[in-house]
Design a protein around this ligand. Structure first.
Ligand SMILES: Nc1ncnc2c1ncn2[C@@H]1O[C@H](COP(=O)(O)OP(=O)(O)OP(=O)(O)O)[C@@H](O)[C@H]1O
Length: 799
């Protein structure tokens, strides 16, 4: 291809791979995604002139079709979710109906909710700039001075806030917000795809509380939800709201063409990881190199890195490379992460937009709602956990009329390996459905307590909170004397409100404070359940890019003491885990294999931690002695009967099985890989789930592999694993066989958080186990189809 015929994206990719030896060529796949052309339409007739003038003054001449479809649905009184790509103008889709209502009905009010204060600030600014008469938009969050709060309550007509403030500040004080609730016409839920897992379950219940209070004031607001592209948006939004919701998904905004390259860093011969397994060049180090090359080409590039520390290291790495080969460009690269002050954030964003900065390495802090688009390149170092995030991040690249490059760099992880070798799974699969479970009793109980404290709960209202599930949770609250049952409903008994004890972003457990010992400064908090794993003695803890080392973890007082120190290694905790089956909710039997879903108790103890260099090299394992923790949650598990597992099965198609001595390693490896792949089917992170495997489990009496939710009561992840069992284990098997390492490495069967130091692990055995299980399920399904066919023949014969 000559230079003139080559697209800019291809040229950038060539630059990024220049000088790489042929044997190490990292690109496993290249896809060219075509440009999408805009489909604009006329402004709807119901938009008042004042609003039309304000909107067109922002530079929007004509709306796109999906904007009008969503806006008109909301205007006609139906809840709507607009689930379209990055920068597809979702804001206008809700601004049109809300501004139109506020402009035409002087009593009407609206609420805007976003997961972050920063995003709410951006949206408020954009509405304020439009300056539609009488709208009086205002912010009400933790940063709103006390002196302004009264004005907002009494006069603001469009309030911009977040779920935390709605939960703690607005709903408990609803009598003071009576004017606002009486007029409540619209509730905007922005970036709603982020409300998944336990946090999503909390927000789902919060929205039910909001609707209930609004009804008490005679209002029945229409909900307008904005989401990244996600599968089944109507179902998801319906679950989040607890009410029907129309989905608008046909994106009519324009987008430049993109070239997506999948990139797998080579295995390094000279470095050894845990148990001497080979390691790959780290995705962060690879991203630093790519970033430096793209900056040299003058491409404005964002590199998304999974952790804050990773973002800092990637920016530093790129700066180091540039300092050697193009020193004048070294200060064109910076790191960006959550926790910056708004001014710092703005400065960085505008520096990137106007080219003063060319390369920025960031965590997903920049993923949410920030109006940065039209970049020349995006590097995604490590799968961001969901396809929705992948597309959200890659959507930052590409302007209408100009093509852009997206590079996905696989980490040492089975899911990343799978994706690097199965481009269709990344590029052609529908985005996964977001999972949440508002009936989780651990989440439901505190919200029912809050709801009762806001205003006594009546029997009629229980359907909104899960009906039967709510009833049994309420019985528990009454038994604990937190609520009192009267004929008219359930009443909160205490003078103190329950709200401040409910952490809607946590897992419902106590928080541990991280305190700098010298200065007594509170740096942050970590979830109590995770404390042993994240702030154990010796752990490297990062706060706003500063590095600290933990000296002491005092679990009784809920404090971790740290001192400032920046060692060259990172730490990862190791725990040992035991699991007990409490209740089997569902079970399927396939010959010698059973697949189960139910409740379990997981007992874990952190026993030490690994110190690892940024290259992936493991320095050592440091033992620790910390107390046990017990988690009650949901799990999916499969069992394999011994004759089938060990090959004694002489039945049709006689199987070879796994030698008994290899069974533990085979099951363990199959479990690790399955944990790695579940995020492909349930929107979770591998850190949200855990697993246990054993050659003979006390409760099943058979070889058993468990994968469980990592949060009390579960968040729906195990349920997804049960529902998608066959595709999940099929992808797991594919991931293991795709990895070219000889005997198991972090890219296939090693786990970064294995309590047993990744021993024993038997990669070939894992494939044999997965083959056995999939064959048993497949045979049973075929036999089932066969008997169905017979039954159908029989029935046709007799009628
Ligand atoms: N009909 C339109 N014609 C031209 N430009 C538009 C139109 N609608 C919106 N825009 C512009 O597109 C940009 C992106 O809009 P917006 O931030 O609402 O997108 P979004 O879908 O919310 O993005 P994100 O995915 O980041 O949440 C804004 O700069 C906005 O002014």
């Amino acid at each position: 291809m000559t230079d003139t015929a080559e697209t800019r994206a291809r040229r950038l990719l060539r630059r990024a791979t220049a000088g790489v030896p042929e044997d190490d060529y990292p690109v496993t796949h290249i896809a060219d995604l075509p440009a999408r052309h805009a489909r604009a339409t006329d402004w709807p007739g119901w938009v008042p002139d004042a609003v039309l003038a304000a909107v067109t003054a922002t530079g929007v001449d004509r709306p796109w079709e999906h904007q009008v479809e969503a806006a008109s649905t909301a205007w006609s009184g139906h809840n709507v979710v607009v689930a379209t790509g990055t920068s597809s103008g979702k804001s206008l889709a809700y601004q049109l109906p809300v501004l139109s209502r506020l402009a035409t009905d002087g009593r009407a009010t609206a609420l805007y909710l976003s997961p972050t204060k920063a995003l709410a600030g951006d949206q408020l600014r954009s509405v304020s700039d439009m300056d539609v008469q009488g709208v009086r938009p205002a912010r009400y969050d933790g940063d709103t001075p006390q002196s302004e709060r009264g004005w907002v309550r009494d006069h603001a007509r469009w309030v911009f806030t977040n779920p935390d403030m709605l939960h703690r500040g607005i709903l408990p004080a609803h009598p003071r917000w009576a004017r606002f609730f009486r007029g409540l016409s619209y509730v905007v839920v922005d970036e709603c795809h982020g409300y998944r897992g336990v946090f999503g379950s909390h927000v789902a219940l919060l929205l039910r509380r909001l609707r209930r209070i609004a009804r008490r004031y005679g209002a029945d607001p229409v909900f307008v939800l904005a989401s990244a592209t996600t599968a089944e948006p109507a179902e998801f939004a319906g679950r989040l709201l607890g009410a029907d919701c129309v989905a608008v998904t046909d994106d009519a905004s324009p987008h430049g063409a993109r070239t997506v390259a999948l990139w797998e860093p080579p295995l390094l011969g000279e470095l050894a990881g845990e148990n001497d397994a080979p390691v790959r060049r780290s995705a962060g180090a690879e991203a630093a190199r790519i970033l430096a090359e793209l900056v040299i080409e003058g491409a404005r590039t964002l590199a998304f890195v999974r952790s804050r520390r990773g973002a800092e290291l990637t920016a530093l790495g790129a700066q180091r490379i540039l300092a050697e080969v193009a020193p004048e460009l070294a200060d064109k690269v910076a790191a960006y992460r959550a926790g910056y002050l708004p001014e710092e954030r703005r400065a960085l964003e505008s520096a990137l937009l106007d080219g003063e900065l060319l390369g920025v390495a960031t965590t997903n802090a920049l993923e949410l709602g920030v109006d940065i688009s039209g970049l020349d390149a995006v590097v995604i170092a490590g799968y961001p956990g969901t396809l929705a995030s992948f597309w959200q991040q890659s959507g930052r690249a590409g302007r209408a009329g100009d093509d852009a490059l997206v590079v996905f760099v696989a980490r040492d992880d089975p899911l990343d390996t799978y994706l690097a070798h199965h481009p269709k799974a990344l590029l052609e699969r529908p985005v996964e459905a977001a999972v949440l479970d508002p009936t989780n009793p651990y989440v439901l109980a505190p919200h029912l307590a809050c709801a009762a404290a806001e205003s006594a709960l009546t029997v009629k209202e229980l359907d909104d909170f899960g009906g039967h599930a709510a009833r049994s949770v309420l019985d528990g609250l009454v038994a604990d004397s937190l609520l009192r049952r009267r004929p008219s409903g359930w009443y909160w008994t205490s003078r103190d409100r329950p709200h401040s004890d409910v952490d809607i972003r946590g897992s419902g457990v106590e928080q541990v404070a991280v305190v700098e010992a010298d200065t007594s400064r509170l740096l942050g908090t970590v979830d109590g359940a995770a404390a042993c794993g994240t702030v154990h003695p010796g752990a490297v803890y990062l706060h706003r890019g500063e590095s600290y080392v933990v000296d002491e973890l005092d679990l009784e007082r809920g404090i971790a003491f740290v001192h400032a120190e920046d060692p060259e290694w990172s730490t990862s905790a190791r725990d040992v885990v035991d699991i007990e089956i409490l209740d089997t909710v569902e079970k399927r039997t396939y010959g010698g294999v059973t697949v189960n879903l139910g409740y379990v108790a997981v007992t874990s103890r952190v026993v030490g931690y690994l110190r690892r260099l940024p290259s992936g090299e493991v320095l050592d394992h440091v033992p620790l002695d910390l107390p046990e923790q017990v988690l009650h949650t949901r799990a999916v598990w499969y069992t394999i009967a011994e004759p089938l597992l060990c090959g004694a099965d002489e039945g049709p198609g006689t199987r070879t099985g796994v030698k008994p001595a290899r069974v533990p390693g085979a099951l363990h490896a199959a479990e690790h890989a399955a944990i790695g792949l579940l995020p492909l089917f349930a929107t979770c992170d591998r850190w949200d789930i855990g697993g246990v495997s054993t050659a003979v489990h006390a409760d099943t009496g058979e070889a058993t592999v468990f994968v469980h939710d990592g949060h009390p009561g579960g968040a729906g992840f195990a349920d997804r694993g049960y529902a998608a069992f066959v595709p999940w284990l099929t992808a797991t098997r594919e991931a293991v066989i795709s990895c070219e390492c000889p005997a198991g490495c972090p890219s296939c069967v090693q786990s970064p958080k294995c309590g047993n130091g990744n021993e024993p692990l038997d990669k070939a055995g894992a494939v044999a186990v997965l083959d056995l299980v999939l064959a048993a399920v497949g045979e049973a399904a075929a036999a089932h189809d066969h008997s169905d066919a017979h039954a159908a023949e029989d029935s046709t014969g007799t009628t």
